[in-house]
Design a protein around this ligand. Sequence first.
Ligand code: ADP
Length: 272
Amino acid sequence: MQDADKIKELSEALAHERQARQEAEAAIDASEQARQEFVSLVTHELRVPMTSIKGYTDLLLKGITGSVNETQTNFLNVIRSNVERMSRMVSDLSDINKIEGDRLQLMLVDVPLQAMLDEAIAAHKAEIQQKEQILRVEVPPDLPQMHCDRSRIVQVLDNMISNATKYTPEGGAITVTAEEAPADEGHYICIVIQDNGIGILENEQSQIFEKFFRASDEETRQTPGNGLALHLSRLLVALHRGRIEFESTRGKGSVFRVILPACAEILQPSQG
Ligand code: ADP
């Protein structure tokens, strides 16, 4: 075969391969978009019936339709807590889907960390008291305000505190502290959530932020959860141009560090 013919044949093969690759990429994009649309539709459709179940359960519990005895109250409380879990899962899935589709907008405001921590802790006070755990919160009074999406960072802190209490046995200790990162690392605030609970096996630690990951040990399996909160928290913190680090020792406890930029200039996620 002549050189010119060989070159022609090669360039036709290359063009063919390029076209096949472009078609494969387009098919992957289309299936990813279909997946996101499906999750969006399902999460939207599930919200309405769940709100209705929650609302009617509350009405029954309040005795609106007549008095309820102790067993009925217990059953209604089980329905309520299960529907709450379902609605948290649906909401987490919907948030993850929005982030994956680049559709989650942050509403940035200046806010003191203490205010966000108070809000996140309030949601877990009852559980902490019930498990007789000791909670210590130490935020330096001169810590600069944070510039972030308040409800999203409360959501992250809520997840971290929820995990600390869930995966720490009765009588355990949870500590929340905060500090400014060293000046040479830029203007960052580091929020540290530490517990002396069950910890995470070393060989499972690399998977901890994966979607739906739950540790394999018996204690974790007996604790309700779906493995979405840490995955979502990491995505939300990354949207703020921050990161989450952790260390854990099985049987001794875990330390999670949420590191967020403190100043407005760094924080323009929607502008890429
Ligand atoms: P969930 O708690 O709903 O299972 P998460 O995404 O919050 O989901 O956490 C994923 C997994 O990481 C948990 O199932 C648990 O195995 C582990 N984990 C998270 N936080 C802690 C913690 N503070 N101590 C021990 N294990 C933890």
